[in-house]
Design a protein around this ligand. Structure first.
Ligand code: UD1
Ligand code: UDP
Length: 360
């Protein structure tokens, strides 16, 4: 079976890693990097740290409008699909690279498969939500990480295409947490001790493009009682500068460049709490037993909230600071994200679909 995997943004390198590992040996994988993320700290470092194949293609899509990025992936991937003629196009998550890949795959004679299908935040203003819905409806095989995702897909009439696999990010994290346990250098560089600091990430369009929301988040983080380590996405740095907030953020927070995956997992494991608007980080906090405060009004990872492991606070400064300072963990922990073997189930489902197609 020949699988062409499409990745392009930071979280997709993490999601692809366990699946690449499960594919290797028995199957051929061609990895296509769309080029949506290109900085060393958002892209190269993940290839250095994770056992994923070197991309056979970089489409060089880069930064731009949603339309430019999505259309760029579609038009640049189409000839690659024609040349490579894979059996399956494998997509991850909810970025513009995912949707561009889904559209290119749907227009070619190839099975389109989506890892992390069925996630819904319910907020159609979120570009990722549009990408999720359109990618799921353009795909032939939907790999749902949770029961909630399975149910979302059933409600949209997609039950027949759906397999419940568990979450590949849990597979990745189980490996990374072991390796990262030895990673203490960054913490000592930053001068923070285990359980005595808070980690923060912000990059969501809604939080970064609205100057009032971004200012309020900076104010909230600045009034937290513990030191706050803030590895800031370049988008966030650009907006902090544009809105005149950079100095305030730099004086009140330990503002650093994005860190590598292993360094990030090590920081998250050691932190007293994390404040974030990231999808992946909400789950990683849950896996690592780190209290999570989510600076959004809703989340697609609803199980973390309903079980009391994650608190949604929006962007209000007082609410952000109070939730972080008071963060604690519930006594009971459910296991909604599977057993850490999601990638194997993804590959088995791909194999079944491939065999089914060969026999037609
Ligand atoms: C994208 C995804 C988002 C995902 C995030 C992961 C979409 C719509 N958004 O958001 O779902 O959570 O990746 O991190 O696909 N930039 C750089 N260097 C880079 C990449 C980006 O400086 O290597 C800057 C550019 O100014 C760019 C901005 O960041 O305009 C935003 O990048 P973009 O890829 O459009 O979206 P993200 O915010 O990264
Ligand atoms: N991450 C990282 N370095 C950082 C911040 C995050 O390696 O400085 C990792 C994190 O461990 C997770 C992924 O990036 O695996 C999440 O990506 P992001 O928050 O950019 O996107 P989202 O999950 O919201 O789509």
């Amino acid at each position: 079976m020949k699988v062409l995997s499409v990745v392009g943004a930071r979280p997709q390198f993490v999601k692809a890693f366990p699946v690449s590992r499960a594919l290797s040996g028995d199957h051929e994988e061609v990895l296509v990097h769309t080029g949506q993320h290109y900085d060393e700290q958002l892209s190269g470092v993940f290839f250095d740290q994770l056992d994923v194949p070197t991309p056979a293609y970089n489409l060089g899509v880069g930064s731009g409008t949603h339309a430019d990025q999505t259309a760029g992936v579609l038009s640049r991937l189409a000839p690659v699909l024609a040349d490579e003629d894979p059996d399956t196009v494998l997509l991850y998550g909810d970025t513009n690279s995912t949707l561009g890949g889904a559209l290119a795959g749907a227009k070619a004679d190839v099975l389109v498969a989506h890892v992390e299908a069925g996630l819904r935040s319910g907020d159609r203003r979120m570009p990722e939500e549009v990408n999720r819905v359109l990618t799921d409806h353009s795909s032939d095989l939907l790999f749902a990480p949770t029961e909630t995702a399975v149910e979302n897909l059933r409600r949209e009439g997609l039950a027949e295409r759906t397999s419940h696999t568990g979450d590949v990010m849990y597979d990745a994290l189980r490996w990374a947490a072991e390796v990262a346990r030895e990673e203490t250098a960054l913490r000592s560089d930053l001068g923070v001790d285990s359980d005595e600091f808070v980690l923060a990430t912000v990059h969501r369009q809604r939080n970064t493009d609205d100057s009032d929301r971004l200012a309020s988040i900076v104010d909230g983080l600045a009034s937290v009682a513990s030191p706050v380590v803030f590895p800031a996405h370049p988008r966030t740095i650009e907006r902090l500068e544009r809105f005149g907030l950079r100095e305030r953020a730099e004086s009140a927070l330990r503002l650093v460049e994005p860190v590598g995956y292993l360094e990030f997992v090590a920081l998250l494991d050691a932190a007293r709490a994390v404040a974030t608007d990231s999808g992946g980080v909400q789950k990683e906090a849950f896996f690592l037993d780190t209290p999570c405060v989510t600076m959004r009004e809703e989340t697609e990872w609803v199980e973390t909230v309903t079980s009391g492991w994650n608190t949604l606070v929006g962007a209000d400064a007082d609410a952000v600071a109070a939730a972080i300072d008071g963060a604690s963990l519930p006594d009971e922990k459910p296991q909604p994200y599977g057993d850490g073997e999601a990638a194997t189930r993804v590959v088995e489902a791909l194999e079944r679909a491939y065999t089914g197609r060969q026999n037609v």
